[in-house]
Design a protein around this ligand. Structure first.
Ligand SMILES: Nc1nc2c(c(=O)[nH]1)N[C@H]1C(S)=C(S)[C@@H](COP(=O)(O)OP(=O)(O)OC[C@H]3O[C@@H](n4cnc5c(=O)[nH]c(N)nc54)[C@H](O)[C@@H]3O)O[C@H]1N2
Ligand SMILES: Nc1nc2c(c(=O)[nH]1)N[C@H]1C(S)=C(S)[C@@H](COP(=O)(O)OP(=O)(O)OC[C@H]3O[C@@H](n4cnc5c(=O)[nH]c(N)nc54)[C@H](O)[C@@H]3O)O[C@H]1N2
Ligand SMILES: [Mo]
Length: 748
């Protein structure tokens, strides 16, 4: 709702994308004076965050008006990497891009252009929209080895349960913790997730704290002693990458001690006997040796979780980044099915986009209506990785990233000629093996970067740079579970345009026959139709709305009511109509239908020789609450709180290596070495070091060869590609390579 208060306008909107970064959907009140954003407050009426905000949003004015922001389109003036740019008009930018990409399409086919995005935010809709309008099936998180963020968990759950599910903190109800339908979980396993600083995957971390206040006991599965771990009943401090074994051992205890929900298992699941047989291999004793967690703790955790009802699990990124991420996700998800916690209050609630509103047509049915049958066939025929990996062909539309970079370098089976890079800093933090991606992107004929700031990627490889609008500057919408919300523009900065605006203009030029929207608002209104609301109506109502009772996007026990399947019958949206412990889809895709454990590619078990030289496990990428990946290093308040690229190293390990807190060290492995500042702490396991990712120095020279210092400090140089799971999704070795740490005598 917009209202005037002594000349100051307050715009209620949804936080999504630049400014915060973030997957979340917090409600904010933007205070605007004379067209300028002057202050940001959390919206106390918004059910998502109830007034709370993270540091990045509180520093929003420093982001929006930062002197380094990209404010107008530019084309490269010198060689790539020279840092010479010429300002151009939007017309010239669009004309150049249209001409160049149409030439490439005519000569090599649309598939020779990669459409590259980073994580979440609101980019998925606009970029797939553009890729498909252009005709390319190659929509990819380039560099995200194994597509190992969220996709493995999603794919595993859609295959085995027919839907995604999430910890139920009452987030589908406007009244939240006071909703009469809801009860708090009695036990929560926070599994490979640090929810308070990270709030990932459409989940607000503080919701866990709200459940704790209402009695939930917590079990934490984390390599580090996080804030949450320190407040847990049980902390399983496991070896990175061994979560699959742990889940199977917990299933072993739950099944063998008959702690499972017999009624649910009997009526609603498929393959229990096979699962029972499989888990016998995973005794707590054996798994204790694999995971480093004491046997008793594993047993107690399984008992506490299974005996508490309702109980819930909230998981995070390292699940995907375990070797065989899709099978690890399957193993963990089986725990809430064994215990009958699926789609009940305080359990694991099935999460569907509010009102069934999706950002862009992804179903073959909708895509066929827009672009015809031939196009849909081509999507899976030509998509990188789809021939090798049936899961890649059948789930959602991502190309396989490890194969994509190899294909740029080899041209096999067809050449890649250009990259559209929007909302991703490939060389600054997304890509494993930074050097390989650097060489690959340099090889391409034409690269466009759409971003809010210059970064190592734009400096090194862009031919055209387009300035993206931040969330207070744009119209967008969000239907990632609930509520359904809109992003309402409040200010204008430079000549920045939103990703939807940029991509709609180009989509119209690439495919005038199919793309009929005249404005972004028209497009959004079309997407909002299932909710029977328009953008302006939602904006006027405070920017959000919850789905009603009885809708398939509203909990609970939808499998009993016939709300989950297209045929309207009770059950789940799987081939058998049941939750599948034995997955029919996995079977069809030539994967083991049952979960199993596999070792990381480098580990004390798989590569003991390597361990002699590199005795520590390098886990990377634990999040900082003041940064979103490689963003925010230039924001003064954020940098003040977290000023240096650090490595967390255990107190005893550091003492053995003669390393003091705050000293600079090398972290190195077979692939290279980086410099880091030691943070000596008892909170990390003695055999593990934690290296935060996404580091570059925006204050230093951005030109070659410095590229804002990435070759000195970006840890992704130490991480390989090509470690994807057998399914093609999951398994990027971001948490599990081996390394050593040694003191650097001179400061950086
Ligand atoms: N070592 C290591 N590396 C990792 C990880 C790890 O755990 N360890 N995690 C991985 C994971 S899970 C992910 S998802 C990736 C994420 O990787 P990315 O999503 O590529 O993350 P960023 O580095 O923040 O790059 C995003 C870029 O987009 C810009 N931007 C932000 N919002 C917008 C927008 O709305 N529009 C446009 N046009 N630009 C925008 C930002 O300024 C920034 O330059 O990183 C991966 N990298
Ligand atoms: N502030 C902020 N928030 C973010 C992001 C950001 O960059 N900054 N990035 C966003 C993105 S794209 C993502 S994917 C999420 C990720 O957020 P999370 O899912 O929370 O993932 P991480 O922070 O990588 O790791 C979570 C915890 O797992 C532990 N851990 C590391 N390896 C392992 C392992 O192998 N097993 C187990 N059990 N634990 C392990 C780490 O110590 C850490 O405390 O955060 C999102 N939110
Ligand atoms: Mo991610």
């Amino acid at each position: 709702m917009n209202k005037d208060q002594e000349g100051e306008k307050i715009v209620r909107t949804t936080v999504w994308s630049p400014g915060a970064g973030c997957h979340g959907g917090c409600g904010v009140k933007l205070h605007v004076k004379n067209g300028r954003l002057v202050k940001v407050e959390g919206d106390e009426n918004h059910p998502w965050n109830q007034g709370r905000l993270c540091p990045r949003v509180l520093a929003l004015t420093q982001y929006v008006y930062h002197p380094d922001r990209l404010l107008y389109p530019m084309k490269r003036a010198g060689e790539r990497g020279e840092g010479k740019w010429t300002r151009i008009s939007w017309d010239e930018a669009f004309d150049t891009i249209e001409k160049k990409l149409k030439e490439i399409r005519d000569q090599f086919g649309a598939e020779s252009v990669l459409f590259c995005q980073g994580t979440g935010r609101d980019i998925g809709g606009p970029i797939s929209f553009l890729a498909y309008a252009y005709g390319s099936p190659n929509w990819v998180q380039l560099g995200l080895a194994g597509q190992s963020c969220y996709t493995p968990r999603l794919a595993a759950m859609f295959a085995t349960q027919g839907d995604y599910a999430v910890l139920d903190a009452g987030q589908f109800y406007e009244k939240r913790y006071d909703a009469p339908e809801w009860t708090p979980p009695k036990c929560i396993i926070v599994w490979a997730n640090n929810p308070v600083p990270t709030c990932p995957d459409a989940f607000h971390g503080h919701w866990v704290v709200e459940c704790m206040k209402r009695g939930a006991k917590v079990i934490t599965v984390d390599t580090r002693t996080t804030w949450m771990a320190s407040r847990s009943e049980i902390h399983l401090q496991i070896r990175p990458g061994t979560d699959g074994a742990l889940a199977l051992a917990m299933a072993h205890v739950i099944i063998n001690e008959k702690l499972y929900d017999k009624e649910f298992v009997e009526n609603w699941t498929f393959g229990f006997d096979e699962l029972k047989e499989r888990v016998q291999e995973y005794t707590p004793e054996r798994v204790s040796a694999i995971t480093w967690a004491p046997k008793e703790k594993i047993i107690n955790a399984a008992r506490l979780y299974a005996k508490s009802k309702p109980a819930s699990i909230h998981w995070g990124l390292p699940v995907d980044q375990c070797p065989e991420g899709t099978t690890v996700a399957q193993a963990i998800a089986h725990l809430w099915c064994l215990t009958g916690n699926l789609d009940i209050p305080g359990g694991e609630v099935i999460a569907r986009p509010a009102f069934g509103v999706t950002t862009y047509p992804f179903s073959s049915h909708e895509l066929t209506a827009l672009y015809g049958e031939e196009f849909v066939k081509k999507l899976t025929g030509k998509r990188i990785g789809a021939k090798v990996y049936p899961m890649v062909a059948n789930f959602r539309g991502w190309a396989q990233p490890d194969m994509a970079v190899d294909q740029i370098l080899t041209g096999d089976p067809y050449p890649i000629k250009a990259a559209w890079i929007q909302t991703t800093n490939i060389l600054g933090g997304q890509a494993a093996d930074t050097r390989k991606h650097y060489e690959a992107l340099k090889k391409l004929d034409f690269n466009v970067v759409v971003d809010t700031f210059h970064n190592p990627t734009s400096m090194a490889v862009a031919d055209i740079v387009l300035p993206a609008a931040t969330f207070p500057e744009k119209e967008s919408f969000r239907s990632w579970w609930a509520p359904l919300s809109v992003v309402v523009p409040a200010i204008k900065v430079g000549e920045c345009k939103s990703d939807w605006e940029i991509n709609l203009e180009l989509a119209r030029r690439f495919n005038p026959g199919a793309i009929r929207y005249k404005s972004v608002k028209e497009l959004i209104n079309d997407r909002l139709k299932p909710a029977g609301v328009t953008f302006d109506e939602l904006a006027a109502e405070g920017s959000w709305m919850m789905p009603p009772e009885g809708h398939s996007s509203k909990p609970y026990r939808r499998y009993e009511k016939g709300l989950l399947r297209a045929d309207g019958k009770p059950g789940f949206n799987t081939p058998t109509g049941k939750v599948e412990f034995w997955s029919k889809k996995y079977e069809e895709w030539d994967l083991d239908p049952l979960p199993y454990y596999d070792e990381p590619p480098e580990s004390e078990v798989r590569t003991p020789e390597l361990l002699k030289e590199y005795p520590l496990v390098m886990a990377t990428g634990r999040r900082s609450s003041v940064y979103f990946h490689s963003e925010h290093r230039m924001i003064p308040w954020m940098r003040e709180i977290d000023p240096d690229p650090i490595v967390e190293i255990n107190t005893k390990t550091a003492a053995d290596l003669g390393i003091g807190d705050g000293e600079w060290v090398y972290v190195e492995n077979r692939r290279g070495r980086i410099k880091r500042k030691a943070k000596v702490t008892p909170t990390i396991h003695p055999k593990v070091v934690m290296v935060p990712h996404g580091w570059w120095y925006p204050e230093t020279d951005g030109r070659e060869p410095n590229l804002f210092g990435i070759w000195d400090i970006n840890c992704n140089q130490l991480i390989p590609t090509g470690t994807q799971s057998r399914s093609g999704f999951g398994g990027g070795a971001y948490k599990t390579t081996l390394c050593r740490v040694r003191k650097l005598e001179k400061e950086r």
